[in-house]
Each structure stands twice: as C-alpha cells, then as structure tokens.
Write a protein that binds this ligand. Structure first.
Ligand code: GLN
Length: 197
C-alpha cells in the first residue's frame, strides 16, 4: 500500500514513520502529480491557515478534492479542519468530509493536553495541541471517539478525521484503522475494475 503524507507544513515525519512501521510505503507529497500513484493520503496537523495557503500556492486544492471523493484520506487536527465540509466562522477548504468543525475549541488554559480516549472499546492515549473538535456530523458519519461531549474522531465512509495527534504516541491503533480502510477501498476499486473488464 502506498500512502502519501501532504508535506507542506506540520507533523510530517512522524506520520511517515508510523505508516512505515505498519508496513505501508509512505511518501511525502508536495505536488499534485504524486497523487495518482497513491492508495491513500494523510493530511497532517500543523497550522491550518498556513497549510491552506501553501496548498493553494501549490494548486493542490482541487486535486485533493477529487482524490478525497475517490480514495481514503485521514485528516489529523489541522488536516481535519481542511477536510471538513464546514468550519465555524471560516470558509471550508477541501470540504469533502461531512462534519462541522470548530478550531481551537478546547480553550486557552488547556491549549495542549494528553488524555485517554476510547475507540471501539480500546483505550488509547491522545495528544491534543490547540485542537479543533467536531461539533456535529452528517448522516452516515460514524462517531468513533469523544472527550466529554465533544467528538474527536469520526469516519465518513473512506474519510477519517481526528482532532488529536496519533502520530505523537507509540500507539498505532488509529493508523491500523486507517490502513484497514485503505485496504478495503483498494479491493473495492479492484473488484469494480474487474467487473468492467
Ligand atoms: N490550531 C491549529 C489550527 O487551527 C490546529 C492545531 C494542530 O494541528 N495541532 O489550524
């Protein structure tokens, strides 16, 4: 499996490491022409305003919109903000994941913190850094984890959005979850291709 990590700003190396540890071929992506060969893509955390500008400068937005309609994308933190269909008080960017997101929503005094979250009955450590949260989800979007009453992990078909930073801990459960989605989506594409032939 070949997974790209958008490498314009933010926590890129940690994602590449996590994905390679699980046996995926992980490559940094800076240009649209690299997307064609990928089975899935990670949008890392960082500063969504900065990443958004760099993406526009690299003319990536439209390509990422097309990619995310077809293949799995995993947005973490700023990446989730870019992927969301609606962002409170801002314009959406890629806008293909059916969630409403609020930026910097955990308040100043706890800008960054680490806590345990439960995902599919498994407890995992979650690092929040000036994190957004998912305020609401559209039809058919699965809520996979919450902190208090705030949604911090959700799945919209082949799109996964996470408010925290799974690449900053040793626990690889969220990456395993994403790679499962990539595998499923690749075999579904293969099957529909074979039907055409
Ligand atoms: N606060 C950042 C933003 O709104 C996200 C922080 C992060 O990715 N760790 O873009």
């Amino acid at each position: 499996m070949k997974i790209g990590v958008v490498a314009l700003q933010g926590a890129v190396t940690e994602h590449l490491t996590a994905l390679s540890e699980l046996g995926a071929e992980a490559i940094p992506v800076k240009e649209a022409n690299q997307l064609r060969e990928l089975d899935g893509l990670v949008l890392p955390g960082g500063e969504s305003t900065a990443i958004r500008r760099l993406m526009d400068a690299a003319q990536l937005r439209e390509h990422l919109q097309l990619f995310s309609r077809e293949k799995p994308v995993f947005g973490t933190c700023a990446g989730l903000i870019l992927l969301a269909k609606e962002v409170i008080a801002e314009e959406a960017h890629i806008g293909t994941m059916n969630v409403v997101v609020e930026r910097n929503s955990f308040g100043r005094q706890i800008d960054s913190f680490i806590t345990d979250v439960t995902v599919q009955e498994r407890k995992i450590p979650a690092v929040f850094i000036r994190a957004p949260h998912i305020q609401s989800v559209g039809n058919n979007v699965e809520v996979l984890a919450t902190v208090g009453d705030r949604i911090v992990l959700a799945r919209d078909g082949h799109l996964l959005g996470c408010a925290f930073h799974p690449e900053l801990t040793e626990d690889r459960y969220i990456f395993e979850l994403f790679l499962e989605m990539v595998k499923k989506s690749a075999s579904a594409r293969l099957a529909s291709h074979e039907n055409v032939l």
